[in-house]
Design a protein around this ligand. Structure first.
Ligand code: FPP
Length: 277
């Protein structure tokens, strides 16, 4: 169910509006997830330091979120900092990303309020520096009553570690309730994920051309449509989100079934002979 966030189509740019007008409003995705990649390459191609690529990437986060809120997208989930980034990037880059996150939140919460955006997080956020956690909590509390787009930032996030955390908490629950493992259902696993309160993403976008999932939302993207663009994240804007949604609407989602135009009657199935030699 789409929440009641007010549409603000009149705030789209004329170029965005032209694409929006080609969309079927009843078939918009509920949840778009994005792997934001290419900040370093964006900076490198301009002989700039990587940091400037991340800084420009933070601007894209805000602009894309605002377009999402104007078209009434209920859920937008951005891969902002992975567990692997935390472990494998130089300390100076990790500490820059943390400072950037903090100043991004401090500088943009008012714009989130203006755009009716609610901010949340997924990941092992308790491992982030405490001053960053404090700002994160403040941003969440300030925007908690907003009813438009929920912007979820995946921070210190890894899909496998999310599953480990979910299985641990499910196992604890089962032990308390004296339940046997045969009782576990997909719904139980869903209930223990960081994303328990959200629908699964319908559309996963990855920028900068890599054909990888990078340990992002492994359980949740089981039936997501994947859209990869060569555009680097710092160059990604609302108009590109709308282009990805237009592409999504041209896909036929079958969830393992058949398209509506391909029907097989019981009689046809009965008559068909399977030749196995
Ligand atoms: C990949 O670029 C991007 C990240 C490390 C995560 C995304 C971070 C941002 C968009 C910055 C700020 C975000 C917020 C929410 C304030 P990369 O360094 O892997 O690029 P490369 O593959 O070209 O080197």
């Amino acid at each position: 169910m789409r929440p009641a966030g007010t549409l603000r189509i009149h705030e789209l740019t004329p170029e965005e509006r032209a694409i929006y007008d080609t969309l079927k409003p009843e078939c918009l995705p509920e949840h778009v997830a994005i792997i934001m990649d290419g900040n370093g390459r964006w900076a490198g191609s301009r002989s700039l330091k990587r940091f400037l690529g991340h800084q420009q990437g933070a601007k894209s986060v805000q602009l894309v979120t605002e377009t999402a809120s104007r078209i009434g997208l209920p859920w937008l989930t951005l891969y902002a900092f992975s567990l692997e980034n935390n472990l494998r990037r130089p300390k100076a880059e990790v500490s820059f990303l943390m400072r950037l996150l903090k100043s991004y939140l401090e500088g943009n919460v008012q714009r989130m309020m203006d755009n009716n955006v609610r901010i949340r997080y997924i990941g092992r956020t308790h491992e982030l520096p405490s001053e960053v956690q404090e700002t994160m909590q403040w941003a969440t509390e300030t925007t908690v009553a907003n009813t438009g787009t929920t912007l979820t930032l995946a921070l210190n996030y890894g899909g496998r570690s999310e599953l480990v955390d979910a299985f641990r908490s499910l196992a604890t629950e089962m032990r308390h309730k004296h339940l046997s493992p045969e009782r576990i259902t997909e719904e139980d696993i869903h209930r223990h994920l960081y994303t328990a309160h959200m629908p699964d993403p319908d559309l996963l976008i990855r920028t900068s051309g890599e054909m990888r999932i990078s340990n992002y939302l492994l359980w949740q993207i089981a039936y997501a449509e994947i859209f990869v663009t060569n555009r680097l994240w710092p160059d990604f804007r609302g108009i590109h989100l709308l282009e990805a949604i237009a592409d999504f609407q041209r896909r036929e989602r079958r969830f393992g079934g058949l398209s509506e135009s391909v029907g097989v009657t019981d009689e046809e199935a009965e008559r068909a002979k399977i030749a196995v030699s």
